[in-house]
Ligand binder design. Structure first.
Ligand code: ATP
Ligand code: MG
Length: 582
């Protein structure tokens, strides 16, 4: 590819909208362009990398006996009604009507469509297992699209579905995908960790997320070095604080002016935050979006609330709960912003964290401005509608498996795999007959990779970028080699550059020839920004048959003869281009 004849535009300035390195670099290197909030177009170099990631995924899926198909992004609402998700999916789903008023959506995922496709064809145990996958754009009207392709509203996903006879078969399919995903992310140059995850809206039992480790990620994971516990923070079980053997002391109402936070009240009263009760207040909505009640959640003062656990405990959708308006909830339930305790609340659901009943003599809000109550005890002074674990497993807390201190890390969820069981096959009637002509629902699994999110996450890995730009791993680089010609008009340089270009091309190496009439400084900057793994510079030495060879990831440069340079480039490209570690 000759750059002088290509559509290629880099930016010197950091675009305003971009906050994290990968997003800044994708825009600056001209790999993507924003069309609207959360909606991007891929430019030629960016699209090449997307296709390389897709090909790695394709090879690994095919190797596990999965077959590629393609389904429409337009999905009929009727299928989603069969599974019950037409109403359950919530506001992230892009819904639309056809000219006759029939409901459709732009697929956010495709469990229903795949189940529908196979349900009339697969009727016998002899046809199982079956594994199908596709690449397609998925649409989710995210509440907060951000960080470019990390959380966009239109993104590329590889989704895979397995159909098995029984749980044992599913276990095998799941294991296969777990291995395939590990291979994919290794080959793409990610440092990642598979962690146990919550099933969320997809449903089913058992799930893992593959998290690419980087400080800018939106996911938080908890892990333990002493054992192999690793899980998303949403899913992490907690060890409750040891029950206290203190005597219950008499209640005491105390004046605590302007102590609206746990920190302030603990300071004011001279008690540890572990001796306080923190209230978090919510309003919930029904399926039509109308307010249908209030919830007060109580955790120990120094803890953090885990929203996923709270939502699961309440048995509601994540999108049907939000923080309550202080005044409105005060009128309805008697809460007082900053001074809410469980005593004095009415007309709201009370959810208490599992360790609270074991704790003694806590300080809680008095439901009265500037007052708290000391020595509040569960059971004696108040009760709850639900008592269950609703707290985050914090860094340093005991590991729920082995008790060693837990560690936290941030990352990007690049893929997730789920055991679905019969959640879709049962309501949608995907049934097979066994050896004895008995009917059974097909046992399913589903497996997703965010292709466009992976594309960006690769860049966020610390080893894959520096202050000058991207450093692509060979396996996903848009091109393997860039030939930078210092003076494209110089006959000797032109000749050498063409020779290198042609010979590398013949050897199957993907080459860019930077033959633009730009200053060398501009060309070097662009080559670094774009992150092409090997740079061959053709300059003054060309007349003597000498070129300069440099890897993007190393600072060193080497002067080599033209033939040596070509041989060296071919060697490294062949060694690294499929990303496998031999
Ligand atoms: P998240 O928790 O980040 O919203 P999710 O758990 O809802 O993601 P899945 O339904 O598991 O996502 O989708 C499979 C994969 O698709 C995810 O692992 C992720 O890599 C990718 N993905 C999901 N939502 C987005 C998005 N808005 N933009 C880009 N990629 C996404
Ligand atoms: Mg997920």
């Amino acid at each position: 590819m000759k750059l002088s004849q290509s559509y290629f535009k880099t930016l010197r300035e950091v675009p305003n909208e971009a906050e994290i390195p990968s997003h800044i670099l994708l825009l600056r290197a001209g790999l993507i362009k924003k069309t609207a909030a959360g909606i991007y177009s891929y430019m030629p170099m960016g699209w090449r990398t997307i296709r390389k990631i897709e090909n790695i995924i394709r090879e690994e899926m095919d190797a596990k006996g999965s077959q590629e198909i393609n389904t429409s992004v337009l999905q009929p609402g009727e299928l989603w009604e069969e599974s019950g998700r037409w109403s359950d999916y919530g506001p992230e789903m892009w819904r639309l009507n056809d000219r006759n008023g029939r409901g459709f959506c732009l697929g956010p995922t495709a469990e229903e469509v795949f189940t529908d496709i196979i349900r009339n064809d697969i009727t016998s145990y002899r046809q199982l297992p079956l594994r199908l996958y596709q690449f397609s754009n998925k649409f989710r009207d995210e509440a907060r699209p951000r960080f470019g392709m990390m959380r966009s509203r239109d993104f590329i996903m590889k989704d895979n579905y397995s159909f098995d006879k029984d749980e044992e078969g599913l276990e095998q399919s799941y294991q296969n995908m777990y291995e395939a995903y590990s291979n994919v992310f290794t080959r793409c140059g990610l440092t990642y960790r598979p962690v146990e995850a919550d099933n969320g809206a997809i449903g089913g039992s058992g799930s893992h997320e593959f998290t690419a480790l980087c400080e800018y990620g939106e996911s938080e994971i908890c892990y333990c070095d002493a054992c192999d516990m690793a899980t998303t923070i949403e899913k992490a079980a907690c060890v409750d604080a040891k029950a206290s053997d203190e005597e219950m002391l008499p209640l005491e109402k105390v004046h605590t002016p302007e102590t609206k936070t746990i920190e302030a009240v603990a300071d004011y009263l001279g008690v540890d935050q572990t001796k306080t009760l923190k209230a978090l207040l919510f309003v919930t909505y029904d399926i039509e979006g109308k307010e249908d009640g209030y919830v007060a959640a109580f955790i120990r003062g120094d803890r953090e609330l885990n929203m996923t656990k709270l939502v699961n405990a309440l048995g509601i959708h994540p999108f049907s709960i939000e923080f309550a308006d202080e005044e409105k909830m005060g009128e309805a339930c008697g809460s007082v912003g900053g001074f809410t305790g469980p005593m004095g609340l009415h007309d709201c659901k009370i959810v208490v964290d599992s360790e609270i009943p074991g704790l003694r003599n806590l300080v809680a809000g008095a439901c009265e401005t500037d007052y708290h109550i000391k020595n509040v005890n569960y059971g004696r002074d108040y009760e709850a509608d639900i008592v269950t674990d609703i707290k985050n497993l914090m860094e340093g807390d005991p590991c729920p498996i082995c008790g060693a201190p837990v560690k936290h890390a941030r990352g990007v969820e690049v893929g997730q795999i789920f055991k679905l069981g019969t959640k879709y096959s049962e309501p949608m009637g995907a049934i097979y007959k066994d050896e004895n002509q008995q009917d059974h629902p097909i046992v399913m699994g589903c497996y997703g990779i965010g292709v466009s999110r992976t594309f960006q996450a690769i860049i966020d890995m610390p080893e894959n970028h520096d202050e000058n730009g991207i450093i692509w791993p060979m396996s996903v680089a848009p091109y393997h080699v860039i030939i930078t010609v210092m003076k494209p008009d110089d006959e000797a340089q032109k000749e050498v550059a063409e020779k290198v270009y042609n010979e590398l091309g013949k050897a199957g190496v993907e080459v860019i020839l930077d033959d633009r009439k730009e200053r060398p400084g501009v060309k070097f900057k662009d080559a670094d920004l774009l992150g092409i793994p090997v740079r061959i510079t053709v300059g003054r030495g060309a007349a003597d048959g000498i070129i300069e060879y440099k890897l993007r990831r190393d600072a060193d440069k080497e002067e080599l003869t033209v033939d040596e340079g070509i041989a060296k480039a071919i060697e490294i490209v062949n060694a690294e281009k499929d990303g496998r570690i031999y």
